[in-house]
Structure formats: C-alpha cells, structure tokens
Write a protein that binds this ligand. Structure first.
Ligand code: GLV
Ligand code: MN
Ligand code: MN
Length: 416
C-alpha cells in the first residue's frame, strides 16, 4: 500500500477553533478548564463532541462505561477499525489541551478525510474515554481500564467521590451510560495524540515525540489515625497528631523518589486532614502517594520502602496507619509497528522528532494490552500541564494532528 503523500495536511485553523470552542465548556478560574468526569459540564462537552461527529457523518456508539465511539465507515465490512482518541475530562484546575487535543485531533482527521473524499479500507473510530484524570474517582484511566479488562465494571461503578456519590450513579445521572457491552469492540490499532506534559520536546526544539514507552505508576492511599484534641490545651507529650505523621511520611516519599534518581518521581497531590479546623489537632489524615518510574523494580521498591518507613514513623509516634493501593499500572512498551508508523509519518511530513517515554498515564497504556497501540506527542510551553496555564502553539497542535493523520491513514489503508 502506498504511503499517503506529504501534501496530505489537516486544517489547523479548524482544529484550533474546535479546541477553543470546547474550552468554553466548564471554564476554570484562571483561563483553563474544570470539566471533571461525569459532571454536568462533562455531559455538555460530550454533547458538543457528539454534535460535531454527527455533522461529520459519523455514527456514535456508547458503552456501559460512557466511552464514546464515533465511527467512519471503511470500504471493507470485515476490516477491524483503527481507533484514535483520548479524553475530554479535565483536572479541577486543568488546561485546555490535556486529553482534548487527542479527541478533537481525531475529529479533525475525519473532517480532513471527508473534505478530500479519501476512503480507507478499515473504518476509523474517534474515541472519548471516560474518567481519564482520576481526580474525582480514582484510579485514573478508569473506563479504558475496564475496557481492557483490568478492572471489573461493578467495582468501577461503586467508586465514590469525596461526597460519597458513586461513579455509576453519576454516569447515569448525566445521561451517558450506554447499552453497549464495554470491551466488546476489537481494534485493528489504537493511536493517541497528546501534549507531552513535560519539558523535553520544547527544550530540544522538536516538533514531535514518538512515544515508545510509558512509565509505570503506583497510587497508594494512606490513612493515618491519631486523636482529635484541642491545639491549645493538649500538652505536647499527649498529642497524637495525624497531620504531623503525614508531614513526616511526605518527607519520606520525597526521599524515596530522590533515592532512585533519575528513574523515579514521587509526591502526594491529594491530601486531607480531619476535621481541618484551625484549633483542632488532626485526628486523621488521608493522602495518596503517587510514585512513577519507567522501571517496574523501582516502583516495587518504592512501594515497599513507603510501607516499611511510614509504618515505623507512625509506630514511633503512637499513630495508626493503613495502606490501600488505589491505582497503578506497570511500565508500558508500545507496539513496534504502530510506533514505526508514527515515526514514518513525522519523517514524511518533515517534522523534527525524537523517541520519548511518557511521564504521564494515558488511556493508550491500557489499550496497549488489547490492541497494537502507539502515541504521538507534541510539545507544551514550559512543560506545564495539570495547570490552567497549560499552553501549546497552533503549529504544535497542527503538527501533532498531521502525524496522527498519516499514521492512521497508513494503518487504515487508503483505497483507490
Ligand atoms: C493522568 O493524567 C496521570 O495521572 O498521569
Ligand atoms: Mn491526559
Ligand atoms: Mn491529565
């Protein structure tokens, strides 16, 4: 099959306009977005995406986890579809591009193929995966994880947010729980376009990251129990300060990640103390330790050091401690054939590129288990993401979507 010509390009203005239009839904407080999963805003974003897909002649499928699948037919009824996509949900203080670029970049390639009347043998399906971010409901990549058979659907439905609302109930409430059996679809391949969310591509002046691997992740929720008492009248020796226990464990988390430098990172982004009142010594602290590394043995070692070290800290202080693993996946190696398709696309289009390991988790990390998968990355300003100030240039977005287009078209096989 002949590769698509280097003059096959997307409409960068149209892609940018779609990104800006979507960003109007669930605006943040500082120029970004708060469109958290299975909220009313998520529902609104989905409806807009569906409207655009239907206008582009696509047929929408919706599974029982709320994953959306917009299909453009191929010429061969027996050929499995090539999937593209990412997620439309955001962090509470998220940017306009994390996830959204991968979904709307997928829509843009369909619009381009329609404009040019290009037919492919394999159908192409643009996907919006539910709850990639994992903020409201841990773990991240919840619905792609159920799709890939990593999590049970009933377990996912029962996940609760901070207000005790179950994921399944909220998905139903916003009207996006479908009938299609999750995970029943078979894929010829899956490609995800995403911003890097790190500083490497911009620093090296590269247009494209050819993602060969994804680093692994481990989320451990830690609950430390002490005793609530008056901050003024409780003598120092009598205190059971769960907040202080947490502070010491957080120091340990940082030390553990540094110990494994440069192959590891660690932090706790979610922390809560109870009752969170100025003049009450915290009786309980709950926080989630996020460790990541491209090496499985490093992740395992960090988890073991955390459990041992945190237990010792709490024993010494007379505090109780419990650990619960609430998310994680092993380091990922993407499919060699799909990775080559991405690299060839960047070459053909004349974009500078380098191989890269994804620092963040992505739906592609789970889908890689059930289909040949690869990712395309484009730079983001100062490597900043999970921040409302997250920014990319139109040129970067265009280059990323064009590489996605070529990788997909080559894999889906142009007819005629
Ligand atoms: C997903 O956004 C992650 O936590 O990497
Ligand atoms: Mn993302
Ligand atoms: Mn994210």
């Amino acid at each position: 099959m002949a590769a698509p010509g280097e003059n096959l390009r997307i409409n960068g203005e149209r892609l940018w306009d779609a990104l800006m239009e979507m960003a109007k839904i669930g605006p943040g407080v500082a120029g970004g977005n708060n469109r958290q999963t299975v909220t009313d805003e998520d529902g609104e974003g989905r409806a807009l995406f569906q409207k655009w897909c239907e206008a582009a002649g696509l047929t929408m499928g919706l599974d029982t986890m709320g994953n959306m699948f917009a299909r453009r037919e191929g010429t061969d009824p027996d050929a499995l579809p090539v999937y593209v996509g990412s997620h439309l949900d955001t962090q509470p203080t998220g940017g306009k591009y994390d996830g959204v670029l991968g979904v709307l970049g997928g829509l843009e390639i369909i619009r381009t193929l329609n404009d040019l009347d290009i037919k492919t043998r394999h159908p192409i399906v643009v996907t919006n995966w539910t709850n990639e971010e994992g903020t409201r409901y841990a773990p991240a990549m919840l619905a792609s994880g159920v799709f890939a058979g990593v999590h049970e659907q009933d377990w996912a439905y029962a996940r609760e947010d901070a207000d005790g609302k179950a994921f399944g109930d909220e998905l139903e409430r916003i009207g996006w729980k479908g009938d299609e059996e999750v995970g029943a679809r078979k894929m010829h391949a899956f490609f995800e376009l995403h911003i890097e969310q790190g500083p490497i591509l911009e620093a090296e002046g590269k247009d494209i990251g050819v993602v060969t691997h994804g680093q692994g992740l481990s989320w451990t929720q830690v609950t430390i129990t002490g005793k609530e008492s008056h901050t003024g009248s409780t003598p120092m020796p009598m205190r059971k300060n769960a907040g202080l226990g947490m502070a010491k464990v957080l120091g340990l988390v940082d030390e553990i990640a540094w110990w494994h430098k440069p192959d590891a990172v660690g932090a706790a982004g979610h922390i809560e103390v109870y009752p969170n009142s100025r003049n009450v010594i915290p009786g309980k602290a709950v926080f989630t330790v996020d460790f990541r590394s491209p090496k499985l043995e490093v992740i395992q070692d960090m988890e073991a050091r955390l459990r041992k070290g945190a237990q010792a800290i709490c024993d010494e202080m007379g505090l109780g401690i419990e650990f619960e693993k609430v998310g994680g996946f092993d380091p990922v190696e993407f499919d060699a054939g799909c990775v080559t398709a991405v690299r060839n696309a960047a070459e053909r289009l004349g974009y500078s590129h380098r191989n890269i390991i994804s620092g963040a988790g992505h739906d592609a990390c789970w889908i890689n288990r059930v289909a040949p998968t690869a990712m395309v990355m484009c730079p983001c300003v100062d490597g900043l993401s999970h921040n409302e100030a997250e920014e990319i240039s139109r040129e970067w977005a265009t280059a990323g979507a064009e590489v996605l287009l070529h990788a997909v078209v080559e894999t889906a096989e142009v007819v005629g």
